[in-house]
Design a protein around this ligand. Structure first.
Ligand SMILES: Cc1cc2nc3c(=O)[nH]c(=O)nc-3n(C[C@H](O)[C@H](O)[C@H](O)COP(=O)(O)OP(=O)(O)OC[C@H]3O[C@@H](n4cnc5c(N)ncnc54)[C@H](O)[C@@H]3O)c2cc1C
Length: 469
């Protein structure tokens, strides 16, 4: 495949004048005026420092500002002092230098891509939908999630599970090399030969902690001629039978099949993908289908059509994904073999049923897969011996506070009583107690040491970033 230059247009940087956010809280007018003048000077300094940047700079007074800060999750809003739409790597370096000189915060958002040979270089700002589209046209894929608007960088730096992960692993397991601008504004490479400690850290703990990633090189896997999408509708009253079958047969399933079980207040479904034709898919799923007395649907289709199907949208929306912002909060858990106990299943089912906000529990099957073949100390992604990962996601509405509080207590109880003590760092949760261990387990201390080496002044930080000590 021909190489085309990586596109960086969609990599976005947010710069924050955190140090002045208390201005509106002070009642001392002289102090307020001094702070105000200092803040104005700081803003002017920032503008002049960013002068050489060729990408677009969007300030709070600009008309695009409000649309640029929209996040998929509308519960979370950021008000940066300036948003930079990066044009090239030098823009990242300049932004970092300005952030460092002016002692202000900096964080990245994603966009842009290109590919060559049997690996592909993807610009840090690209989203999953266009990546699936471009690669599948050439007969390739990388394993990654089902939502087309998710950014490849945040996704793969924290893991990245999708419907080809039992065969090919997580997105992070398929990274061959990473280009990153460090705290000194220098572009460095992290791979098995150069900065290998950083390469370890970025694959699982890379989101926002070590530097700004500008591009990632991924190993490509071949797209089969046909894949088969699998759908089984269940009645929630059969929940124990279905879980018994998944516990019994899930681990032994061929790696070509990956599926999730999801139940909400109104539905209970198994959805997944088999990397092969329908006849083979039926054979592979036979034990689970028989044990649950199910009526499965097997849709043989192209890989791209399956991407569209599981994005619950149309091809255009996959190729040009738009955010569909809504307010949500999630908790995540990992469960090892032999799976949740009957009590545990009842506990989570009762919680989902009774919460007064639309809620679902999604179980992603990990066991018997390429994910679990990787050693838990080989990359920063430590969760390598789970039967499944669980996400409990609630959409917030009028009763937000009630739901948030109940979800929080549920998360603590459920994790204490029924699951392993780990959570998925890509479903980041600011309320999670002991997140250092739950996200990174035995890798945490090593990650702190690597942080001290590459970002000793903690330029890249947020409440759950890897600390320097
Ligand atoms: C609707 C939806 C569907 C999802 N589906 C899946 C799924 O199927 N499978 C799965 O595993 N996960 C899934 N996720 C979780 C998703 O993988 C994480 O939320 C991921 O962190 C999103 O990355 P992003 O780049 O889109 O987000 P961002 O908010 O842009 O970034 C997330 C984090 O990564 C950091 N980051 C972003 N860009 C860079 C960069 N260039 N350099 C360094 N750090 C950077 C940010 O600072 C931030 O800390 C889903 C999330 C949503 C909202």
């Amino acid at each position: 495949m021909m190489a085309s230059p990586p596109l960086y247009k969609k990599l976005i940087l947010f710069l924050f004048l955190w140090s002045f956010c208390y201005l509106t809280l002070t009642t001392n007018l002289t102090l307020a005026s001094k702070i105000y003048n200092k803040r104005m000077k700081h803003k002017r300094d920032l503008r002049s420092c960013l002068n050489s940047i060729s990408g677009k700079k969007v300030f709070p007074t600009d008309s695009e500002y409000n649309s640029d800060i929209i996040n998929e999750n509308t519960r979370v809003t950021y008000k940066p002092t300036v948003i930079i739409h990066v044009d090239k790597e030098e823009d990242v370096a300049t932004s970092i230098k300005c952030a460092k000189t002016l002692r202000i915060g900096i964080t990245a958002r994603s966009g842009g891509h290109s590919y060559e040979d049997y690996c592909t270089v993807i610009g840090a700002g690209q989203r999953l939908g266009p990546i699936y589209s471009a690669l599948s046209e050439k007969g390739f894929l990388i394993p990654a999630g089902t939502c087309p608007s998710v950014g490849i960088t945040g996704h793969s730096l924290g893991g990245g599970f999708g419907f080809s992960s039992r065969k090919f692993g997580l997105a992070s397991d398929n990274i061959i090399s990473i280009q990153m601008v460090n705290a000194d504004g220098q572009l460095i490479t992290a791979d098995n030969n150069q900065n290998s400690d950083l390469f370890f850290a970025l694959r699982g703990a890379g989101s926002g902690s070590y530097g700004i990633v500008t591009s990632l090189t991924f190993k490509l896997s071949p797209v089969p001629d046909k894949v088969t999408s699998i759908t089984i509708d269940y009645d929630i009253s059969n929940i124990q039978t279905v879980f018994n079958a998944v516990h019994k047969y899930g681990t032994k399933l061929q790696k070509e099949v990956t599926f999730s079980l999801e139940f909400s207040q109104s539905a209970f479904q198994l959805t997944g993908l088999y990397l092969g034709n329908s006849q083979q898919a039926q054979k592979v799923m036979q034990d689970i289908v028989s044990a649950t007395n199910a009526n499965p649907r097997f849709n043989e289709e192209t890989f791209f059509d399956s991407v569209v199907r599981w994005a619950y949208t149309n091809p255009d929306q996959v190729r040009n994904p738009q955010l569909q912002p809504y307010k949500f909060k999630a908790k995540s858990f990992y469960v090892n073999s032999p799976g949740l106990s009957q009590d545990g299943i009842q506990y989570i089912a009762d919680f989902v049923k009774t919460l007064p906000c639309s809620t679902s529990a999604i179980f992603d099957l990990y066991d018997g897969s390429a994910i679990n073949l990787v050693d838990s100390g080989a990359t920063a992604f430590v969760h390598r011996n789970s039967l499944y990962a669980i996400q409990v996601l609630t959409t917030l509405s009028d009763q937000s506070d009630v739901c948030l509080n109940k979800l929080k207590s549920f998360g603590i109880e459920f994790q204490k009583k029924y699951t392993s003590q780990f959570s998925y760092q890509n479903y980041i949760d600011r309320d999670l107690v002991d997140w250092q261990h739950k996200y990174y387990g035995s890798n945490f201390e090593k990650l702190v040491k690597i942080k001290r080496k590459y970002d000793p002044n903690n330029l890249f930080s947020f409440p759950q970033s890897i600390p320097v000590n």
